[in-house]
Design a protein around this ligand. Structure first.
Ligand SMILES: *Cc1c(COP(=O)(O)O)cnc(C)c1O
Length: 420
């Protein structure tokens, strides 16, 4: 099946007289015929459903759909994108370990990696995404267990050279994790370029309608965890009577371990109703992404024509710093554009406050056009130095083009620019 078809049909195939739409199984628990049956699933929780803190039929249908869209062997939904980022690292790193991340990532992830994981004894080593392979190689330590980057960085819009990072990660026998939130599997499938684990904030394009926060982790099933660096995968898990993930779950050891250990213990699993809503968004994802890209391209070109704009960042614009990577890795550059208005922060605020159709929101990838000033909102916690390292000019505006008629979006921009 192609993406449009997978969006509608993957993950749930009703049989004779079953509901056409994936049902909402709003139940915390499941019944068993006998005490022995209950005991058996505690030894091996993937055998049957046991408790909705880590598995639920509605959520699992969505997990299967996203895994198919990304070309992975399994997926696990989380209650937010932040939870997906956190668990994707904790599944590989313990206190005393380190991992490498590109500096051009979402501000919330910077904080999670640089501050909160540090408190847990896990060190994040930041490297410039555009650094050459030798520089990234040199950043590795003996205890480095993963490499992390974003396909299209939020909000710098730097497009990741996925093959380069995969090569470097694999030469050190560690997996590459790619946050594919902005691209979605419709515009890029990082696993095809060597990524081992793909994560998303589903709160953005996948949900698409600004309805609910969520995340997901996808396992490519391709990384070899038996290389000696990952004993938690190859030695018996005493909390499950000695299961060995690379042996007993050889097809998808990463995601099985994430669910059986981390989701069991942290419990950041979405409710069935949230997954049902996410599924509605996914059904139209492929179609929506096409129109987001089309609208954004027109809006980006329109911004380029204005003499009030200092810079337009949109990876599919010729001459953009990421143009070559965009052409190589992406089918389109999503609906997100970054602009820098002449006159700095004051004019940025004046422009944003003059918009009538586009709303001022702490969100991106909404179905409606929305704008955000990262330096005063999502990236507020970062120092000026960190801002620059993430590729963010203090006067930068993140303009998230929605699915309104593009001429209405452009009319709104023009009347707002007239006030600047
Ligand atoms: C929003 C976002 C996150 C965090 O996701 P939440 O669902 O808000 O927790 C992580 N990565 C990227 C690229 C994002 O845009």
């Amino acid at each position: 099946m192609r993406d449009e078809t997978k969006c509608l049909h993957s993950g749930y195939s009703p049989k004779n007289t079953e509901p056409r739409v994936v049902p909402i199984v709003q139940s915390t628990t499941y019944v068993f015929d006998s005490t022995k049956d209950v005991g058996d699933v505690f030894d091996e929780p993937t055998k049957a459903l046991i408790y909705s803190r880590f598995a639920n039929p509605t959520v699992m249908a969505v997990e299967a759909k996203i895994a198919e869209l990304e070309g992975g062997v399994g997926a696990m939904c989380t209650s937010s994108g932040q939870a997906a980022s956190l668990l994707s690292i904790l599944n590989l790193c313990s206190a005393g370990d380190s991992f490498i991340s590109t500096a051009q990532i979402y501000g919330g992830t910077v904080n999670l990696f640089a501050v909160t994981l540090k408190k847990l004894g896990i060190e994040c080593i930041f490297v410039d995404a555009n650094a050459d392979e030798e520089t990234i190689n040199n950043a590795f330590k003996e205890n480095t267990k993963a490499v992390f980057g974003e396909t299209i960085a939020n909000p710098a819009l730097n497009v990741l050279d996925i093959e380069k990072l995969a090569r470097v990660a694999h030469s050190h026998n560690v997996p590459l994790i790619v946050d594919n939130t902005f691209a979605t599997p419709v515009l890029c499938k990082p696993i095809e370029y060597g990524a081992d684990i793909v994560i998303h904030s589903t709160s953005k394009y996948m949900d698409g309608h600004a309805l609910q926060v969520g995340g997901v982790i996808v396992d490519s099933g391709k990384f070899d965890y038996t290389n000696g660096k990952f004993p938690e995968f190859t030695e018996p898990d005493e909390s499950y009577h000695g299961i060995v993930y690379t042996k007993d779950y050889a097809k998808a050891p990463y995601i099985t371990k994430a669910r059986m250990q981390l989701m069991r213990d942290f419990g950041a699993y979405p409710a069935a109703h949230s997954a049902f809503l996410l599924n509605l968004g996914l059904e139209t994802l492929a179609i929506r992404m096409e129109r987001y890209c089309e609208n954004a391209m027109k809006v980006a070109k329109h911004f380029e024509k204005s003499d009030k704009i200092e810079k337009v960042i949109y990876p599919f614009l010729e001459g953009d710093a990421s143009y070559e990577n965009a052409k190589k890795y992406l089918k389109g550059a999503s609906g997100v554009i970054s602009i820098v208005i002449k006159g700095g922060k004051d004019n940025a605020v004046k422009f944003m406050d003059s918009l009538k159709l586009a709303s001022n929101e702490v969100h991106v990838a909404d179905i409606r056009t929305c704008v955000l000033h990262p330096a005063s909102a999502t990236h507020r916690q970062l120092t000026d130095e960190q801002l620059v390292a993430c590729g963010i000019n203090p006067g930068l505006i993140r303009f998230s083009v929605g699915l309104e008629n593009v001429d209405d979006i452009i009319d709104d921009i023009d009347q707002a620019l007239a006030n600047v």
